[in-house]
Ligand binder design. Structure first.
Ligand code: EPU
Length: 447
């Protein structure tokens, strides 16, 4: 096979899919390498001149964006066999602003190049960020952290120019345990002079996986139980050989599809340890699971019942599990309460569910057990879902990646035909998506 064939940017992703629902999904699929881990592993390869080998790499848009960034910087990314890439960043060149602009706007990952570029070359330009349509998603924590490590930052049209004579370790307190900002500091501080201590750091499994990869490269990083991460800077890092962890977000979405359609799905590679909080809530609403050595089987254990749940940083209930879980809750008896505390604007997707017959009301108040930082603001960040409701097919359009999978779950649950527009958004984060749906017995009439 040609070395770059499989990892080619998908051009055949249909923008519309039509599904006839009401068929329980049954069978087995394999979950891909984690979208929110693979891109960071690729960026880490920029910290060394030695070749890095990454396995279990999914063919998704974030991977293509990072590959474009690395190539634009003068590095190489080669597919050695399906799902395995080799990255080399021996010599790095200045990225042309026009190239940067063409990459900008499609992903949030490019800003993570800042740390490695500053550490190795003392200057860089990174684009302003794209990503999903789920609120403003600022980068102030990233910029402040890099400044505290000794970078000067100039905001220019469409990006940031950053310079440093040498990154130097510091004590950095994050106002919120941001995943991206924690990764930013990890990637910047491993080659900085001295010690960096992050307090209020994010400790998601994807971050622990990045720390494990950096340790393989020679970094010295410890994680304390109180969200404190300590990085002892080293002079140089070497190449890695690493396997991307399985995607626990994808696994949870298939789990929700299983109970919403009253089916039974075995998700190969799903790992219990990454999903314990999800599995607790799943079990509480009536979901059942069997843990195997190489995956988890999901089904209904009984009639589904309502629950109160709030999203949070790890080890809380992930915000990315929220959307498919809300669809499953439309099939549960009683009133469920979902309090979103990570993003201020992550319930916009419920409008389409309401048009399909779901009974969902949104509130500005914190309806969960605790007050969150959105409670005093006017964000609709709590939801009450009354169930069970019969969903009916409709024409709907995907607003963002995770909402997209949840719309598919809704379409599979609904009576009649649902036409889902903007399926290309699904292609950004899930590989072989319609192939997996068909393998589980979904009735796809178009797309
Ligand atoms: N935030 C700031 N300032 C910053 C950074 C973050 O105010 O400089 C706020 C955000 O606006 C948000 C909160 O902090 O309200 C958490 O954001 P975080 O930085 O943790 O998110 P992220 O790193 O941008 C990653 C995932 C998201 C996932 C979140 C939370 C990737 C590429 N994205 O985003 O995944 O929801 O962590 O776990 O890793 C997705 O996969 O669809 C997705 C949105």
């Amino acid at each position: 096979m040609n070395r770059t064939t499989r990892l080619a940017t998908p051009t055949s992703v249909s923008t519309e899919m039509a599904i006839i629902g009401g068929v329980p999904l049954k069978g087995e699929i394999t979950v891909q390498g984690a979208k929110n881990s693979v891109s960071k592993c690729m960026v880490a390869a920029m910290l060394t001149a030695e070749p890095c080998t990454l396995k279990n790499v999914p063919n998704i848009d974030d991977v293509h964006v990072v590959r474009e960034m690395i190539r634009a910087l003068g590095g190489t990314v080669e597919e050695v066999r399906p799902g395995v890439i080799c990255i080399t960043a021996t010599s790095i060149k200045e990225i042309a602003p026009t190239t940067l602009k063409s990459i900008a706007g499609r992903s949030r990952i490019p800003i993570l190049f800042a740390g490695p570029m500053l550490a190795r070359f003392g200057h860089t330009m990174v684009p302003e960020l794209g990503g999903c349509n789920i609120g403003p998603r600022p980068v102030d924590f990233h910029l402040s952290a890099l400044e505290q490590l000794g970078a000067t930052i100039e905001h220019v049209p469409k990006g940031f120019i950053m310079r440093t004579s040498r990154l130097v370790g510091n004590r950095i307190h994050l106002p919120y345990p941001s995943v991206g900002a924690t990764e930013q500091i990890l990637l910047a501080a491993t080659l900085a002079e001295g010690i960096t201590v992050i307090s209020n750091a994010a400790v998601e499994p994807e971050i622990i996986d990045l720390i494990a990869l950096l340790q393989k490269m020679g970094a010295i990083i410890s994680v304390d139980t109180d969200r404190t991460v300590t990085i002892i800077g080293v002079q140089a890092l070497h190449g890695y050989d690493h396997t991307v962890m399985p995607d626990r977000l994808e696994a949870a979405s298939w789990a929700c599809a299983a109970i919403a359609t009253d089916g039974r799905i075995t998700v190969r590679n799903a790992r219990q340890l990454d999903m314990t909080t999800f599995l607790n809530k799943y079990q509480q609403i009536g979901g059942a699971f069997e843990i195997h050595d190489d995956g988890i089987t999901f089904s209904r254990g009984r009639e589904l019942t309502s629950i109160a749940v709030e999203t949070d940083v790890h080890p809380g209930f992930m915000t990315d599990w929220q959307q498919p879980f809300v669809v499953a809750l439309t099939q549960a008896h009683g009133a469920s309460v979902v309090h979103e505390t990570v993003y201020e604007n992550r319930f916009g997707f419920t409008d389409a569910l309401k048009r399909m017959g779901a009974d969902i009301q949104l509130y500005r108040e914190c309806l969960g057990g605790k007050q969150c930082r959105f409670g005093q603001k006017s964000h609709l960040h709590s939801a009450i879902i009354m169930g069970p409701t019969s969903l009916i097919g409709a024409r709907i359009a995907i607003p963002d990646l995770r909402a997209g999978f949840s719309y598919i779950v809704a379409a599979l649950t609904a009576r009649g035909e649902t036409t889902i527009a903007h399926m290309e958004i699904i292609g950004r984060g899930y590989e072989r998506f319609s192939e997996k749906l068909r393998a589980l017995g979904a009735t796809i009439v178009r797309g």
